[in-house]
Ligand binder design. Structure first.
Ligand code: ADP
Length: 301
């Protein structure tokens, strides 16, 4: 097979591993810089142009689209879908997953356990919003944040009110969520490929920090997850329409809840913590599933 990997840089760990795993299995893998793709969108013969060349003959595309380029990345991926190239994750599913509010609404609709979460527009409703999620302490999240940036813990009612009002004043969209203290600064990242959790790790926040993101100094270790957590993670990925996903779970005293579903999960932390060849499993999945025009939307989304 000829596989395109949409990625900003060939030297990134996840990108390198995917290339390596594809080559090991006898495939051709090419890293394509998403932001250097351009296209004529008003033609009968859809094409992607790249540094003066027309990209042709790809059987599958693996999108590794960072949050900062979601809009352009989704447009490029959609173009591949219109050309009939099989995407490991579809453009609509990626766009969907990048909006935390939309994701939670979709997950909730299908009965996935979530932290109690509220959303409001008017500063007049802040008081009731905080009550609605159970009162302080609460976690306040910028809708478009990643890697823990824009996730704030407000310990008191007063702190929560001022932070929420400040964000609202800046016209930033935010979620207000119950703080799951009993998680102890830890969460579980489940790497889902197809209908399986192929690796799971526990991420523990560093001392004095509640956010367990590895980018924020968190540390990763192997963890055994329960059958319920396993099926929750797989269902969450399915609801989002993602074949490859990083599903983040918090253990709360009302059960394990899904915090977030990531559509371009990093492979470095999880491969190192678990020793699993996640890149290889993704390529195996492509081998089994890639067929021309085999997408749910074919770029219609
Ligand atoms: P991002 O997408 O920026 O990583 P998250 O929503 O995943 O944002 O939050 C970052 C980290 O903060 C999580 O990995 C988790 O450790 C912690 N966290 C987030 N929400 C809660 C919560 N409601 N209760 C306890 N900890 C939380």
């Amino acid at each position: 097979m000829k596989i395109a990997i949409l990625s900003r840089k060939a030297s990134l760990y996840s990108t390198r591993r995917l290339v390596e795993a594809a080559k090991q299995r006898g495939h051709e893998a090419r890293v394509i810089d998403t932001l250097r793709c351009y296209m004529n969108v008003a033609t009968h013969r859809p094409e992607v142009h790249y540094r003066g060349e027309i990209l042709e003959g790809f059987d599958a595309v693996i999108p590794r689209i960072g949050a900062s380029i979601t809009f352009y990345g989704a447009a490029v991926l959609r173009q591949f879908e219109i050309m009939g190239v099989y995407p490991v994750n579809e453009s609509v599913a990626i766009s969907r997953s990048r909006d935390k509010l939309r994701s939670l609404q979709l997950l909730s609709r299908k009965g996935i356990g979530l932290p109690v979460t509220g959303f409001a527009h008017s500063p007049d409703d802040v008081d009731d919003l905080i009550k609605m999620v159970g009162g302080a302490p609460v976690v306040i999240k910028l809708l478009e944040g990643t890697q823990g940036i824009g996730v704030v813990l407000a310990e008191t009612q007063q702190a929560a009110e001022s932070v929420i009002e400040a964000f609202m004043g800046l016209k930033a969209n935010i979620l207000v969520q119950e703080y799951i203290r009993e998680a102890g600064g830890a969460d579980i990242r489940c790497l889902v490929v197809g209908d399986k959790v192929v690796a799971a790790m526990k991420r523990q926040a560093k001392e004095g920090e509640f956010r367990s993101n590895l980018h924020r100094g968190g540390s990763a270790s192997l963890i055994k997850i329960s059958p319920e957590e396993r099926s929750t993670a797989v269902r969450a990925a399915k609801v989002m329409g993602l074949n490859v996903a990083g599903v983040d779970i918090l253990r709360s005293n009302h059960g394990s809840v899904v915090m977030e579903v990531n559509s371009s999960p990093g492979l470095e932390g999880i491969e190192q913590a678990t020793g699993r060849d996640v890149a290889g499993i993704i390529i195996d999945f492509i081998e089994k599933n890639a067929k021309p025009n085999k997408t749910q939307t074919r770029g219609k989304g």
